[in-house]
Design a protein around this ligand. Structure first.
Ligand SMILES: [Zn+2]
Length: 49
C-alpha cells in the first residue's frame, strides 16, 4: 500500500499526492511495508520493564 506522508509530520498519511494539511508542505511517497522506522513510536507490541 502506498501512502503519502509529510516529512515534518510522519503521522500524516494520505492516499493521494497533495500537500500536508498541517504545514502545506508537499507530501512524499511512503510505502507502508509494515515497518515504520524513525516515527518515535514507543513499543511496537512489545514492552520491556
Ligand atoms: Zn506537514
Amino acid at each position: 500500500m502506498e501512502t503519502y506522508t509529510c516529512e515534518m509530520h510522519p503521522d500524516v498519511h494520505i492516499d493521494k499526492p497533495g500537500k500536508c494539511p498541517k504545514c502545506g508542505m508537499e507530501l512524499t511517497l511512503s510505502k507502508d511495508m509494515g515497518k515504520t522506522p524513525n516515527t518515535g513510536k514507543k513499543g511496537s507490541g512489545r514492552r520491556c520493564c
